[in-house]
Design a protein around this ligand. Sequence first.
Ligand code: FRU
Length: 456
Amino acid sequence: MSTKGVRNFRPKVHFTPPKNWSNDPNGMVYMDGLWHLYYQNHPEQPAWGPMHWGHAVSRDLLHWEHQPIALHPDELGYIFSGSMAYDKENTSGFGKEGEVPVVAMYTSHRPEDGHECQSIAYSLDGGFHFEKYYGNPVIDNPGLTDFRDPKVFWNKKRKCWSMILAAKDCAYIYASPDLKNWEKTGEFGREENRVESTWECTDLFPLQTEEGEKWVLLVSMMALPGKSCANIQYFIGEFDGDTFRAAKQGEEPLWLDFGFDNYAGVTFHNYDKPIYLGWGVSPEYANQVPTGEFAGLMTMARELSLIKTERGYRLAAKPFGLDHLRAVSYPVADGDSLISERFGLKVQGQSGKIAFSNEKKQELVIEIREDVIRIDRSRAGAWDFSEKYCDKLHSVGEAKRLLSGDVDMELLLDVSYLEVFADKGLETASMTVYPDVPYEKISIQGDLMVQIYQLQ
Ligand code: FRU
């Protein structure tokens, strides 16, 4: 039996829409001390439908203020995912009398036949109100069924705008002097795409390492029913100004997350470090989750970096601004009561198990071993709202550890969302859980030292 809406599953420190549906983060940009988050939004129902861009702003990426809808569907279709360009030099010419235009680039998706092309809209008041460009679309469809999610960035090498988008089962890269006229400069993914799947929401950004600058390409890969979960793959390589090339990285694909609920994530524009947000529910069952009046949430904002490990460079994620949320932390022991349904844990030690449980005998288990970390949500709460939610592929998330020695792990449980950051953020997991009643007890086995703090 589904528990749709039976209790309040709304997380407190994670972004959720005021009501109804949300999916991908869109158009994220940092301007004048404000973080803008736009997101895929169906404002009429807690289910996917005609896509708008919802909007919220924050000064710390922890507390959000909802804003009116930024972009509504039009004659070209729904407003699918996309990004923002802070056009300081007014290359687009949209700014008059010294105004700095902020230009949204998004996919226009025609619901009748799925036709997808790229459009732009501009704002002259810092991202609150938008005018669509009369010349839309700015990139027409080249004959592909999936052709979407443009992510714009300033290309320092060519001194122009560049943009990467998902083109069926690979990524196309384009360049433009003015955000209106685009030429294709590159393609990536045909050989490297070992996981055969449809690509969505690509992103491309540089990161500094001790060996100089490296570029990271993120791609959300749709699920292959019965074979793989929807997840984000990444590649490390170089961008020569036209195209991206991946460095040799071994046989295994690299994944951003070993949970099931972190998808369609990209980074903010106009900030000097890549700050990432992802959609915190798998698209495979997001339409069925038992959250009632709202659907969808975002991960914590995360700062991404590259760390050199024995297996080469790997992406690491660190929750952004969490210091401001941590109240005093104190040690907890096996059998202690949990006094809130939102808390953080800091965990150190070699190996062991941590479980949260409630009177309904529901239990969320995190196991740490020398070589793996495993999270089992198969008995963590409601599961039968969707056949997929706790099937073989979606019950237990597991990561091979990239560092040896004692684990250093921090986890956040925010009512119905768990995020785990282990080994400097090299192993990260994000998972929804829907316990019928809040977890009230913690069990700790092994040699783990655990500190708890309330999420303010
Ligand atoms: C990813 C995605 C995007 C698309 C949007 C539609 O979750 O499918 O590719 O633009 O969601 O809502």
